[in-house]
Design a protein around this ligand. Structure first.
Ligand SMILES: NC(=O)c1ccc[n+]([C@@H]2O[C@H](COP(=O)([O-])OP(=O)(O)OC[C@H]3O[C@@H](n4cnc5c(N)ncnc54)[C@H](O)[C@@H]3O)[C@@H](O)[C@H]2O)c1
Ligand SMILES: [Zn+2]
Ligand SMILES: [Zn+2]
Length: 379
């Protein structure tokens, strides 16, 4: 089959690779009709992880089941399914508690497995014609009859809609509160969208790309352009000088200033200053335990100079980590089915798989108009 593989920094290619097959009786095989490029893929694309050469990328996958193993009970051939980017067993100590992003058995020696991702186990990704899904009964979200009609919405359940929601959950967003989101990439936009669904009275989104800020405005958030002055000052001005009740970090350790210089602590310290005393911060942007190519000494060891004194003085709370997609995907899917959520508002491109290398280039450059790409391998 054709698949997109990592060949080195800023070098991804379409190659013929062996078709995946059922390896265990609990597996299913899915023909992939939609698979997104994610901001997380860009960390690998830019050579900032140790992902192995030849790995098939792609962790935001949706398609139709073509084969199931003997031990698969509920998922049937022909079902349309969306796969959480986390691969989870369902029976370990963390899965039992709904913390499927930290499954203890699928990637032994580590907590958490995923398709097509650095350090997340031996699993190939879905930017390909077919995907092997382990523990299919647990990992497949079987979609309702409008699966194909709303495919561009449902595929966002694989990662970024639940992840945006997770940011608001970790931050503790409640109805009537004000929320500031750093980053207007797909994750930040869906965090802002989730905050609105949760009843936030005011949602503020910080970035510098006009097309992304325009999407934030379109869903009723207040855009803050950090090229036009300190984002912290702008947020304080919009919140009566106090700061927002809640803050979401949707950028990660490759945060940079508008000139492109990386400062891994930039969004974290801006959040500490933009959130009001006793408020909450949810961090879903990725931070890594080591970054040999990082811009500063601390960063190489996965550390940041964090404004802990101010954080303590303000009595802030913070939580972080990978999203446990399964904790939210069924309910968020019901909102899509009922017509109450339409996360596809961020999608800019639907492209065939063979255009993927080009799409990576454009999306990586955060070019105007490239907000989210859906690849259609088997459509
Ligand atoms: N925790 C999880 O489960 C999970 C899941 C998916 C993605 N992620 C991570 O979330 C992050 C965002 O993903 P994405 O797909 O939206 O990526 P993206 O790269 O498309 O978006 C990031 C946005 O942040 C903006 N930005 C950069 N520096 C900034 C700064 N200092 N202040 C404000 N904005 C700034 C960029 O302009 C860009 O628009 C990535 O780190 C990704 O790896 C985490
Ligand atoms: Zn993703
Ligand atoms: Zn588990």
């Amino acid at each position: 089959m054709k698949a997109l593989i990592y060949n080195g920094p800023r070098d991804v290619r379409i190659k013929d690779v062996p078709d995946p097959r059922l390896e265990r009786p609990t597996d299913a095989l899915v023909r992939i009709t939609s698979t997104n490029i994610c901001g997380s893929d860009l960390h690998m694309y830019e050579g900032r992880t140790n992902v192995e050469k030849g790995k098939v990328l792609g962790h935001e996958n949706l398609g139709q089941v073509v084969e199931v193993g003997d031990a698969v009970d509920c998922v049937k051939v022909g079902d349309w399914v969306c796969l959480p980017f986390n691969i989870a067993c369902g029976f370990c100590r963390n899965c039992e508690r709904g913390l499927t992003g930290f499954c203890l058995t699928v990637n032994p020696g580590s907590a958490g497995g995923a398709y097509g991702y650095a350090e997340m186990g031996p699993y190939q990704g879905g930017q390909a014609e077919y995907l092997r899904v382990p523990y299919a009964d647990f990992n497949c979200l079987v979609l309702p009859p409008d699966a194909q009609e709303k495919e561009a919405d449902y595929v966002m359940l694989a990662d970024i809609f639940p992840t945006g929601w997770h940011a608001t959950e970790l931050a503790g967003v409640r109805p009537g509160e004000s929320v500031v989101v750093y980053g207007a990439g797909p994750v930040g936009l869906l965090a802002a969208y989730s905050a609105t669904i949760r009843g936030a009275a005011k949602v503020i989104v910080v970035d510098r790309h006009p097309d992304r800020l325009a999407l934030a405005e379109k869903i009723g958030a207040i855009p803050v352009d950090d090229t036009k002055g300190s984002p912290v000052e702008q947020v304080l001005e919009l919140t009566g000088g106090e700061g927002a009740d809640r803050g979401c970090e949707c950028v990660g350790w490759q945060a940079h200033d508008p000139h492109g210089h990386e400062h891994p602590n930039m969004t974290m310290n801006n959040l500490v200053r933009s959130v009001r005393a006793t408020g909450g911060i949810g961090v879903v942007g990725v931070f890594v335990p080591q970054d040999p190519k990082g811009p500063d000494k601390l960063g190489k060891h996965g550390q940041i100079a964090f404004d802990f004194g101010r954080y303590f003085q303000k009595g802030l709370q913070m939580a972080s980590g990978q999203c446990n997609v399964k904790a939210y995907n069924r309910q968020l899917g019901s909102l899509i089915h009922a017509g109450k959520a339409k996360p596809s508002f961020i999608v800019s491109h639907h492209l065939p798989l063979h255009d993927a290398p080009d799409a990576y280039r454009h999306f990586d450059a955060r070019e105007e108009g490239w907000t989210k790409v859906i690849l259609r391998p088997a459509a």
